[in-house]
Design a protein around this ligand. Structure first.
Ligand code: PMP
Length: 381
């Protein structure tokens, strides 16, 4: 199988898997227990959290300083941020290309009476920062929270977070950034992002699935989604997954050590895959004129249906995706590509391919050949 669906989830880093295994085998690990075993677990957990913070440019050791709330992943972090940060009586501003874990939460909140305003994107898939200040509003109309992703999961297009943060700072409204797709692929510093809160998810950077985090800047209050014990200052009750946290820290360490490779070899593999497919099939690159993640390409194949091509490729041993894995299976067109104003025929023929540092040139060449042959076959039918 040639795995080209690394935006959905990544190949597990063997070093991270080993850390998870080793911590699990060290013994029972409830970090809230007062006995020696519990205290040992607490040490492992605290070290993992501190390391993740350090790797993301944030010192989490200062009391009252920034902190990292451990969650089950990107979805929970996004839900927590939207529901728990900022003034809940004020409008929420989200971009219209956010992940379903943001957009569906926003929709639910809107159904319950909260005003939600949507930041549009241009035809290159970049959020319209020129519209942001107006959408945030002022006075009685001022928004309570803005949420914009750092890079889109379907197109890989990177968003101008610096500009978004500048506007939020000027308006004095907290910004949440869903950095799920950026962290581990491109340099990302939580502090320099200017965000009040940042979402991360371990399985997107070769860590274990089922763990992620919500980084909170100093002084940012968050209301818990769930009720329970006092773990994580009651921001996220429940026994912490110590082994997964240690695995996440290791995966992040290895990913960040490979960032140069990401912008070099890995980007070259993506470019090679993309240009070979386009040369053989006449596919169009979506978002190709924008700054993109080095790992992602979203291609529209003229005259074929994306689901048919996806199935054909699956049978030939190539794994890719017809959009967000969280909305796949739905026959709806991609709302991300629709928001870019793309022609419906392009939207219905678009597939997403995601490489990683575990991908090879040989994979790219073979995949391009298989994709081209599946495409020609479907065209001839
Ligand atoms: N945000 C983005 C941008 C994503 O791509 C994803 C994963 N598809 C998520 C959030 C959700 O992350 P998780 O799978 O860890 O819940």
């Amino acid at each position: 199988m040639i795995y080209l669906d690394n935006n959905a989830t990544t190949v597990t880093d063997p070093d991270a898997a080993k850390v998870v295994h080793d911590v699990l085998m060290q013994g029972p690990a409830n970090a809230s227990s007062q006995h020696a075993e519990g205290q040992r677990a607490r040490g492992v957990l605290d070290d993992a959290i501190e390391k993740v913070g350090r790797l993301l440019g944030s010192d989490l050791t200062r009391p009252g300083g920034p902190r990292l709330v451990i969650t089950s992943g990107g979805t929970e972090s996004n839900n927590t941020a939207l529901r728990g940060i900022g003034d809940p009586d004020r409008p929420l501003v989200v971009s219209c290309i956010e992940h379903p874990s943001v957009l569906s939460t926003a929709q639910k909140m809107q159904d319950a009476g909260r005003a939600v305003r949507y930041l549009p994107v241009d035809s290159d898939g970049v959020v319209r920062t020129d519209r942001l200040a107006d959408l945030i509003g002022e006075g009685d109309d001022l928004a309570g929270l803005v949420s914009v992703m750092s890079a889109n999961n379907e197109t890989g297009v990177q968003q101008p977070i610096d500009e978004v943060a500048k506007i939020c700072r000027w308006k004095n409204v907290p910004l949440h950034v869903d950095a799920t797709q950026s962290i581990g692929k491109v340099p990302f510093s939580v502090h320099s992002s200017g965000a009040a809160a940042v979402t991360l998810s371990a399985h997107k950077f070769h860590g274990p699935p089922g763990i992620g985090g919500l980084w909170l800047d100093a002084g940012v209050r968050v209301d818990a989604l769930m009720q329970g014990g006092e773990q994580q200052l009651a921001s996220r009750p429940g026994t912490e997954p110590v082994a997964l946290a240690a695995g996440m820290a290791k995966a992040l360490e290895n990913s960040l050590a490979s960032l140069e490779k990401m912008s070099g070899t890995v980007a070259a593999i993506r470019d090679r895959l993309e240009s070979e497919i386009c040369r053989r099939t006449g596919a169009a690159v979506i978002g190709g004129d924008s700054p993109r993640l080095p790992t992602t390409t979203c291609l529209a194949f003229p005259g074929v249906d994306r689901q048919s091509l996806l199935m054909a490729l699956d049978m030939m041993g190539v794994a890719c995706s017809s959009g967000s894995a969280c909305s796949s299976g739905s026959s709806q067109p991609s709302y991300v590509l629709m928001a870019m104003g793309l022609d419906r025929s392009l939207v219905d023929s678009a597939l997403r391919f995601g490489v990683s540092r575990f991908s090879t040139e040989k994979d790219a060449d073979l995949a391009a050949e298989l994709i081209s042959s599946a495409y020609q076959r479907l065209r001839s039918l």
